[in-house]
Design a protein. Structure first.
Lengths: 300, 300
């Protein structure tokens, strides 16, 4: 297998693009796609300060590395939920990355700021799984910590596999509100809610994984020990099967959806935002989900 | 496995409904679902004369049997494309059905009325497959023959497997015109175009197959020797896999689509209909696809 550009030994083949590339040309192409996506969807410009929601995995660290290397004013936001041994491993990976790639990463500890780690929060509630809180906590904290550190936009590492798995699940239910809310750029609907952007949305896990490996990023390969993820993994498997049968399915599914959404679903009414009575951050309820979970909105 | 209603021996299990039924209760339920679907979607009423597009398979013959048994003014329309041995087998099955169930079936032969069978039509065109013409020919003739025999509505035997396979293919491309055109009732957009209805759309192949077998309908199990069908079979397989993983997926996918379509796609502009210069039947072109294929619109 030879690089389509220079005929050197290829390190990756991308059947959906009928393409094989050597390390140099793959790395260059990968960064270029990220930056083209940023530009095409006007995700951010030279005046923006970009927070990257960092998990310690290949996607978010790879994204932060690309933005930093490109001279974008970008920093990582990293939420420490206190998930025991796994957390320690993630923390080491993120710290190592920050030093190696000269990247600013803001670490925010749930336990230090709100008294209890995620496992401690969950322990007090019968029949609740950590995962059901994790998403809510991280979404809230990523936005808040990014904002409080001067970010004007929040970038996440969602890749094409993530996006199409969610899209398939939503499409199978033809769930209008969920479909309307899925987008490569989520506009800010409140001054305290950052615009969210997904610069990796056109790149597969295979591509983001290869990029991080080839760049020497020491990312965490293990999944969270609490992770259920079965449902999303199942949809990823179905998408992978369709992709194998017909390369390009995922990319077409997602790109065509963005067009369809803009045409037919963009006008779906957004829920009216108010400010949480406890923390002042945007919510659709009197007290936001974060404050309800950490118990900060329940004081009389 | 026992019948959920009478505790007799069950002959079929329907995991998507968490249901097992004996022969008697399965047959009764099956016919009731068909008639409920007809009623709910106002497919036809007592003043209608219903043509059923008959292929010789389990779905269309089962549907015609139910309507005839229910006293609906229904008849079969059956297109003989002249497909050799396979056609002879289909013709025998349809004739046998008509006698056994006292059903009126109008047979229309392509060769007798238009000079050439489908294989003969295809033989004159290099690189063309019979399948690419078959759909066009049958759609045209079913409508025309039904109309000329006094039908006010045309019912087809599309089942849930057929509908969801097409829907998945269309959804993966987010193909608005195709999605907008897929419905359980296709309204007439021209006086010479019958309303099309799909009374079996909520029933799986397993159900329509079991119904036909238990009713003693001698349907054709073989597929057409020309049938490519690989693409639609592939989508059926993917849907079957998702259904096995999560029973009820197909039914939810289709039912929710109908709601979504009504809400977001119903207003998609229909192509303007005109009358074919050759046959006078509705088309979007000066000469309709049928006349172009059989060569009746090409005379100077």
């Amino acid at each position: 297998m030879k690089c389509k550009i220079c005929r050197d030994r290829a390190v990756i083949s991308l059947p959906q693009h009928n393409l094989a590339l050597c390390e140099e040309h793959f790395l260059a192409r990968h960064a270029r796609i990220v930056l083209d996506t940023v530009k095409k969807f006007r995700m951010f410009g030279p005046d923006d300060r970009v927070a990257v929601a960092v998990s310690g995995g290949k996607d978010s660290l790879g994204l932060l590395q690309i933005l930093v290397a490109e001279g974008v004013s970008a920093f990582g936001v990293f939420i420490d939920l206190g998930l025991g041994e796994f957390q320690a491993m993630v923390n080491r990976a993120v710290e190592g990355f920050a030093i190696r790639f000269n990247a600013e990463v803001v670490r925010y500890s749930l336990a230090e700021h709100h008294g209890r780690s995620l496992p401690e929060l969950v322990a007090g509630r019968k029949g609740q799984m950590p995962c059901s809180f994790c998403g809510t906590l991280k979404r809230y904290l990523m936005n808040r910590v990014a904002l409080e550190n001067g970010a004007t936009v929040l970038a996440t590492g969602h890749n094409l596999n993530d996006e199409t798995a969610v899209l398939l699940a939503n499409a199978l239910r033809w769930d209008t509100p969920y479909l309307a809310r899925q987008n490569i750029v989520l506009a800010s609907t409140h001054p305290k809610l950052l615009r969210k952007v997904k610069p990796l949305a056109f790149l597969t896990e295979k591509e983001t994984g290869a990029y991080a490996l080839l760049r020497g990023i020491g990312f965490v390969r293990e999944s969270c020990p609490y992770s259920q993820g079965a449902r999303s993994l199942w949809f990823k498997r179905v998408m992978a099967e369709m992709e194998a049968h017909s390369p390009g399915t995922k990319l077409r599914f997602y790109k065509q959806f963005l067009r369809f959404r803009a045409e037919h679903l963009a006008r779906e009414a957004e829920a009216a935002m108010r400010e949480c009575e406890s923390c002042g951050f945007p919510t659709t309820n009197p007290v936001c989900a974060f404050c309800r979970i950490v118990g900060e909105g329940q004081r009389p």
